[in-house]
Structure formats: C-alpha cells, structure tokens
Design a protein around this ligand. Structure first.
Ligand SMILES: Nc1ncnc2c1ncn2[C@@H]1O[C@H](COP(=O)(O)OP(=O)(O)OP(=O)(O)O)[C@@H](O)[C@H]1O
Ligand SMILES: [Mg+2]
Length: 459
C-alpha cells in the first residue's frame, strides 16, 4: 500500500503547469511500426477531402446548366454525382477503418509499454505515486490519446486539407470576395490564440484531478477492510467527494473557456461570411458574376468556415491530448532508483551474507530500519529471525530480494554482491511465502503455479 503519498492537491497543483502541443511528438515512435496504415490513412483522407472540394464545382455547372436548359449536361452531372458519392463513401469508410484501427493499435502498445515499465519498478516508486494514479493514467489518459489519434487527428488533417483547398478554390472562384473573407481571419485567430493557452493549463489540471480522484478511490477500495474496521467510510467518502468535485470544477472552467472560444468563432465567422455574401448578391444582381459562381463560392466559403471552426475545436482537443501524453511520458521515462547492472554476473547458490547493512526507508529518512546488520547463512543452514514487531525482519527479506538498496554495507548471495546480478536472475533462487499471501484472481491451480508456471503435475 502506498505510504504517505504527497497530498493529492499538491500533486495536481505541481503538474498544472502546461506544456506545448509539441509533447505529442513523444507518440511518434509508437506509430513508426505502422507506416503502411499511416500512409493508407493519409490516402483515404486526401481522397475524401478532394472529393468534397470538387463537389461545389459540379453544383455550379448544374445551376448554370439549369439556367441555360442543357438537359444532356444535367444527366451527365447527376450520373457523375453518383460516382463521386461512391468514391466519397469508399474513402470515408476506408478512413474510418484505418484511422480508428491505427489508434486502437497504438494505444494498446502504449498501455503495454507503460505496464511493462511499471511492473518492474521497485517499491519505492509506488510509495511516491499512488497505484490508483498509475491505473488512471493507463486507462483515462490513454483513452484521451485514443480519441485524438482515432478521430481528432484524422479530422484535423481533413479539415486542414479542406481549409487550404477551400481557400484556393475560393480564390479561384472569386478573388474579390475571397479578399473580403480573408479580412475576417485575424478576427478569428485572435481569440483562439489568446484563450487556447488558458485552455491548455485548465485541461492538464482537469486530467490531474481525475487521476487524483481515481487514486483516492483505489487507495480506499484496496484497503476496504481497514476503512470499514475504523468506520472511516464517511471520511473516506468525503475525501473522495472532495477530489471528485475538484475534478468537476476544473472541468467546468475548461468547458467555459471552450464554449466561449466556440461562440466567438462561430459568430465572427458566420456574420463575416454573411457580409461577404451580401456583396456577392449585389454582384449577381448587377451581372458581374453568375448565380452558379456565387453558389460555388458560398459552398467553398462554408467549407472553409466550418473547417476553421472545427480546427479550433480540435486544437483544444489536441491540447488535452498533449496533457495526457505528458503524463504518460512521465511514466514511460520513470527512472527506478534500483537498476540492474550493465554486465550482470550469473548468480549461483551459496551463502547469504549481510555485511554491516544500514538502511532507512526512502519515505522515513530519519529512522534507521536496519542498523549495522551483519550475519551469514551458509548453505544447508536453517535460520529463523526472531524479534519484536518493527524490529526489521520483513525489511531484511525485502533487502535480500533487492527491493531496496542499503545506504551502507553490502548484501551478497553465493559470494556475489546483489547489485552485480540481474534481480530477476537471483530472485529465481528464492522461494517466498509472504506474511499475508495474495490470492490472484485465477484458479487455485494457477495460484499454486504462480512461482513456477512450467511445473509438472505430480502423478
Ligand atoms: N515501506 C515502509 N516505509 C517506511 N517504513 C517502513 C516500511 N516498511 C517497514 N517500515 C518500518 O521499518 C521498521 C522495520 O519494519 P519491518 O516490517 O521490517 O518489521 P518486522 O520485524 O517485520 O515486524 P513484524 O513482526 O510486525 O512483521 C519499522 O519501524 C517499520 O515501521
Ligand atoms: Mg514483518
């Protein structure tokens, strides 16, 4: 169980310092093995985006064709539209499949990588970070990344393609009206940049409080008997409720800012477009442009406006994902205080020797748990450690497995100091029956086999 973790509030406050979206780069190595999927996704995205951009062209032809009354042209265009719809449907389906699959794949890999890193960490690590927090990061933070990779990233690319393509087509359709529209852009970008920075900090804070809330819950649930024995339920609940409400409050702050951004953007974008349209309508009246051309322009302008709006929403999604990534990277890069040697020596059975071992637990630096402990246990000897509670018997067993390193003195096994061997190698020489055994959620048979899964059945 976690002993004396940092107060939840401290942890959340510490980490609220926000990082840039560039943190997302840390995810790149996880995409590297799936280059083919990435390329397929890009192709599908380009297909759907370009089809969306070609459609307005057809609309113009049809409308102007209508005006002239060219039936053959109409037929051809409607037939063409069905083919285009088929390509669009195909591209969209492909995009959904490839992108979502890629997201699920990458997140599964990240989850495994984090678990791999965490399962090997020595106990001191979990005394600083609550186990529940690690779990929260593996589940909620990776889910956030999944939503970004699985949908937001493809939306982002699609909207970027649509926005730039739409702009080019707008310009091509009517440079004059496009010029007018471009005057609106700085009005939209201003608030995004100003509020976006604020949003990032709030997102990270929000995720931190969610993690803290899971941490609290799992801490109490893992020791539910103790909680109930001390009739601590009400206080445990109020602690959990407090943290959960904090998570809600920070979510509220985030949602408010985001709603504000969305409002500003939609209003500025749409009223701007309306203004431009007004000018366009006057041009059609005076015969400067055709109705079809104006319709084409309107569709492109709508595409550009809506993809700009989508981009701003996505930007904040990305910032949330950056927060999550940052927290995952912390776990992936976690440094253990105990490490295996570069060139390990092979362990061999032999004497267990403690030589003037001094040890204090990292979270209790003022109290010596072991004070100059020396003893030798030779092969064949049976030794019992006896002493009052808190004497350090269990600590000695933990040291023998190198869960901790002594501050002074040396522990050796078979004549080799523990730090010169791989932990997993010499631990294989030890069998442990713990004070309070753990039953894993599998069959009794599998529980018995835990230490040696390849053991054969007795006949
Ligand atoms: N993870 C820990 N963090 C901080 N202090 C610890 C930790 N584990 C044990 N201690 C402290 O180290 C000292 C030795 O504890 P240890 O568990 O080794 O005693 P013990 O001899 O096994 O006692 P018992 O007979 O009750 O099992 C005690 O003062 C204990 O409070
Ligand atoms: Mg003990």
């Amino acid at each position: 169980m976690a002993r004396g973790p940092k107060s939840v509030a401290d942890v959340a406050e510490d980490r609220a310092s926000s990082k840039q979206v560039g943190v997302l780069r840390a995810l790149v190595p996880y995409f590297a093995p799936y280059k083919l999927l990435v390329i397929l996704a890009l192709i599908a995205l380009t297909i759907t985006a370009s089809v969306s951009l070609v459609l307005p062209l057809a609309a113009r032809q049809v409308i102007d064709g209508f005006a002239v009354g060219d039936v053959a042209l109409l037929n051809r265009y409607f037939l063409g539209a069905i083919i285009v719809a088929a390509i669009f449907a195909l591209g969209t389906g492909l995009r959904y499949y490839v992108v979502t699959r890629l997201g699920e794949r990458v997140v599964a890999d990240i989850r495994k990588a984090i678990f791999e890193r965490m399962i090997g960490m020595s106990p001191a690590y979990f005394e600083k970070l609550m186990t529940g927090e690690v779990l929260s990061r593996i589940t909620t933070d990776t889910t956030l990344i999944l939503s970004v990779v699985g949908s937001s990233a493809s939306w982002l690319l699609r909207n970027m393609l649509m926005m730039s393509g739409g702009l080019v087509m707008m310009f091509w359709t009517s440079p004059k009206l496009t010029g007018l529209v471009l005057l609106i852009v700085p009005l939209i970008l201003g608030p995004i940049l100003a509020l976006g920075r604020k949003l990032r900090g709030l997102s990270r804070k929000n995720q931190d409080w969610i993690a803290a809330s899971s941490g609290k819950a799992s801490e109490s649930l893992l020791s539910v008997q103790t909680v109930q024995a001390f009739t601590h339920e009400v206080r445990s609940l109020s602690e959990f409720a407090g943290v959960t409400e904090k998570a809600f409050d920070s979510a509220k702050a985030r949602i408010k800012v985001r709603a504000l951004i969305t409002m500003i953007i939609i209003f500025v974008a749409f009223s701007g477009v309306m203004g431009v349209l007004w000018v366009g309508a006057i041009d059609v009246r005076s015969g400067v442009t055709s109705a079809g051309q104006l319709v084409q322009f309107v569709i492109y302008a709508t595409i550009v406006a809506s993809s700009t709006a989508a981009l701003s929403e996505l930007w904040s999604e990305l910032q949330r994902a950056a927060g999550a990534t940052e927290r995952l990277v912390e776990l992936l890069n976690a440094q253990d205080t105990i490490a295996d040697p570069q060139n390990p020596r092979a362990p061999k059975a032999g004497a267990v020797v403690f030589d003037k071992v001094n040890f204090t637990f990292p979270n209790r630096p003022d109290a010596l748990a072991l004070d100059k402990v020396s003893f030798t246990i030779n092969p064949g000897e049976t030794v019992a450690l006896v002493g009052p509670s808190g004497a350090g018997k269990s600590t000695i067993i933990q040291m023998l497995q190198r869960f901790y390193d002594p501050q002074e003195g040396q522990i050796s096994f078979g004549g080799i100091a523990l730090p010169e061997m791989e932990r997993s190698a010499f631990r294989r020489f030890m069998a442990l029956v713990p004070q309070d055994p753990v039953i894993f959620a599998c069959s009794a048979y599998d529980n018995i086999l835990f230490g040696r899964p390849d053991a054969t059945k007795m006949r």
